[in-house]
Design a protein around this ligand. Structure first.
Ligand SMILES: [Zn+2]
Length: 230
């Protein structure tokens, strides 16, 4: 997951599958029930139909009807994310989550490569098909990770935003203890997280960002680290 800054715009990206260009970039991981009321309305965008599911602070637009089966899991992860955000001093916000019917549709809508799982810009999250995320075991992680990006402090450097988002979601639990990137500069790490360093796989870059973020949290705690970048 990356965070790119375009002015005040925050953008998070969660890599999904192996890149064709970077076959080492395999990243795979994983998610019940809310008592939230919902209404489904069939809407039309150009020629593409999508359904909408709405709760108090999350609007889900899904293009594949089968993704209805994943809504419970999304809501549970979202509820979990709200609780965790409050615990670290971040105020949950109303968010729109749009999930596409295929990797091709996702790529067309976001401009991101097919192996990216999700993108967050401001309060808008765009993801691959929910069923695909579920199959790959990363649905819960994706929701938590992107929820963090929707409210992260604006001045977080990219590497730290990605590291914290991965720790927040729990994705880092199975990371290797050594990344072989321990000595690189933060600027190099940022470049690698953007996929612009052919020598470094995205996975490696995410592991290293998480390792550094974890060290910061261990010495200072969430609130101190976050407050520094508000
Ligand atoms: Zn991210």
């Amino acid at each position: 997951m990356n965070v790119r800054k375009f002015g005040s715009l925050r953008r998070g990206v969660l890599p999904l599958w192996n890149s064709i260009l970077k076959p080492r970039n395999l990243q795979a991981r994983g998610l019940l029930l809310g008592q939230l009321s919902f209404c489904i309305a069939l809407l039309f965008s150009s020629s593409l139909a999508f359904s909408t599911f709405q709760t108090s602070n999350l609007t889900i637009k899904y293009h594949d009807p089968r993704d209805k089966n994943q809504l419970e899991a999304v809501l549970l992860a979202w509820k979990n994310a709200q609780t965790k955000l409050l615990a670290i001093g971040l105020e949950p916000q109303a968010v729109t989550l749009e999930t596409y019917a295929s990797a091709a549709q996702f790529t067309k809508a976001t401009g991101e490569p097919w192996f990216v799982a999700a993108v967050t810009q401001g309060k808008r999250i765009q993801t691959q098909r929910l069923g695909a995320l579920k199959t790959r075991g990363i649905l819960k992680f994706t929701i938590l990770h992107e929820a963090f990006h929707t409210v992260q402090p604006a001045k977080l450097p990219r590497w730290l935003a990605e590291g914290l988002a991965r720790i927040f979601s729990g994705e880092n639990a199975s990371d290797p203890s050594q990344t072989k990137l321990e000595q690189i500069l933060a600027t190099q790490l940022n470049t690698a997280l953007e996929g612009r360093n052919a020598q470094i796989s995205l996975n490696q870059a995410y592991w290293e960002a998480s390792r550094r973020a974890q060290n910061l949290l261990a010495s200072r705690g969430w609130k101190s680290v976050l407050n520094q970048y508000r």
